[in-house]
Design a protein around this ligand. Structure first.
Ligand SMILES: Cc1cc2nc3c(=O)[nH]c(=O)nc-3n(C[C@H](O)[C@H](O)[C@H](O)COP(=O)(O)OP(=O)(O)OC[C@H]3O[C@@H](n4cnc5c(N)ncnc54)[C@H](O)[C@@H]3O)c2cc1C
Length: 381
């Protein structure tokens, strides 16, 4: 016999658990189906195991962190803000601390954040089933059929997709749900790695590996309207780290979602030559040498403001996934799919992603709470 539930959450990561922590089932039947053998694996990795859960300051200052998706996320960010997330955690016994605007658990243990959401979800009456990978979803007359890889089918009045992105597939977030959603007609923006190091063709700075330069402006350049950044230049200023075969550090990670193979990245160092590390000064001088061996001052001056590179590739192990379920598909008040009533999409599975600093877990919280409000209202759970 098919087991039936009022609410099925697919994915037991940060956003799925945040949603369950915010809906008291009170007699209704709800289950979280987690495909891997344990819940919250990516949450436990976040912030190097310390979990930068959100950012301090006014929520109004968050929108820039999501690029052109910021204005679309405004409604749910404002309604379920960083202040709400911090209050929820402190009310549930997790003390927080602020490190230059980044909010962490005072214990510096991501596990404390995971435990708080997990315990609240269980207290609210949610069943949690691990090793339950979903392989099919179909829209029946008055319910959805959710099929598991073992062939079992569960009935659901409404379904929340909280299956994350494509990076670190060993955590269970392998993008498998995107194919299933395409099957029910959802528009998916091709998922790609973001917040990732970038590899460079004919890289000149291998000998500088490990050197980090402060306050560098990194720009993804494009004149091609068909590329990810749609012909616009996307810039970030911050630290840039030279690696053996490319560029990393916050400024690079934060623009990496817009970079693509064959595209251009330009660095402007925002300083005079003598303010750069000695080793780097020597490499730049060598690059500015003409055939006669003289340093060409105009070339050197230009390298300081326009050091251009061709992207070989973006590391596939990004901290987040750019792309996912198109925001056009969703009512951004409720995270409900417009064309399939009863399906919600939250967290990293949506086509939005933030820069480093706690903005991605904040997006998980805000989208999860928006869906929770609607589920409570419409299904009188
Ligand atoms: C190394 C690293 C460090 C990070 N640090 C930070 C940080 O400090 N601050 C911050 O804000 N963000 C950080 N992030 C990003 C943040 O962790 C993620 O954006 C967030 O965890 C996404 O949550 P989610 O629930 O949407 O998806 P996930 O956490 O990816 O959860 C999705 C879940 O769905 C399950 N699933 C997938 N497909 C199926 C299926 N077909 N059937 C059943 N289950 C399925 C997966 O197994 C997984 O458990 C970091 C990410 C990484 C990788």
């Amino acid at each position: 016999m098919t087991k039936s539930f009022d609410n099925v959450i697919i994915g037991g990561g940060a956003s799925g658990l945040m949603l369950a922590a915010n809906i008291e089932l009170d007699g209704a039947r709800g289950i979280i189906l987690e495909g891997s053998s344990c819940i919250g694996s990516k949450l436990l990795m976040s912030g190097g195991g310390r979990c930068n859960i959100t950012h301090g300051g006014s929520i109004k200052d968050f929108l820039f962190a999501y690029g052109d998706k910021g204005p679309l996320l405004r409604k749910c960010l404002y309604r379920h803000s960083n202040a709400d997330l911090m209050k929820w955690l402190e009310d549930h016994g997790v003390k927080l601390t602020d490190e230059n605007g980044r909010i962490f658990p005072a214990s510096m243990r991501a596990r404390d954040i995971l435990d708080a959401f997990h315990e609240a979800a269980e207290r609210n009456g949610w069943q949690i089933r691990t090793g339950a990978k979903v392989s099919g979803l179909s829209n029946e007359e008055d319910h959805f059929d959710v099929t598991l890889e073992n062939g079992e089918t569960l009935g659901a009045r409404n379904v929340v997709i909280a299956t994350g992105g494509i990076t670190y597939p060993e955590t269970g977030s392998d993008g498998s749900m995107f194919k299933i959603l395409k099957g029910i007609g959802a528009e998916i923006t091709e998922p790609r790695s973001a917040l990732a190091p970038v590899y460079i063709e004919d890289y000149p700075y291998a000998d500088l590996a490990g050197i980090s330069i402060k306050d560098v402006t990194a720009t993804v350049l494009s004149s091609d309207a068909a590329c990810i950044c749609k012909g616009k230049a996307v810039s970030m200023t911050g630290d840039v780290l030279f690696t053996h075969d490319g560029l990393s550090g916050p400024a690079i990670l934060n623009i990496s979602g817009y970079a693509e193979s064959g595209g251009k990245i330009s660095l402007s160092y925002n300083k005079d030559l003598q303010d750069l590390p000695k080793r780097m000064q020597r490499v730049l001088q060598d690059r500015a040498r003409g055939e006669s061996g003289d340093i060409k001052t105009t070339v050197l001056a230009s390298l300081l403001v326009h050091d251009d590179f061709t992207v070989r590739s973006v590391d596939s192990r990004g901290m987040v996934t750019a792309g996912g379920v198109s925001l056009e598909e969703l009512d951004m008040h409720t995270m409900r799919m417009k064309r399939v009533d009863g399906i919600y999409v939250i967290g990293e599975a949506i086509d939005a992603d933030g820069i480093t600093g706690g903005y991605n877990l904040q997006m998980c919280w805000s989208t999860a709470c928006a869906a929770a409000d609607d589920i409570r209202k419409n299904y009188s759970v």
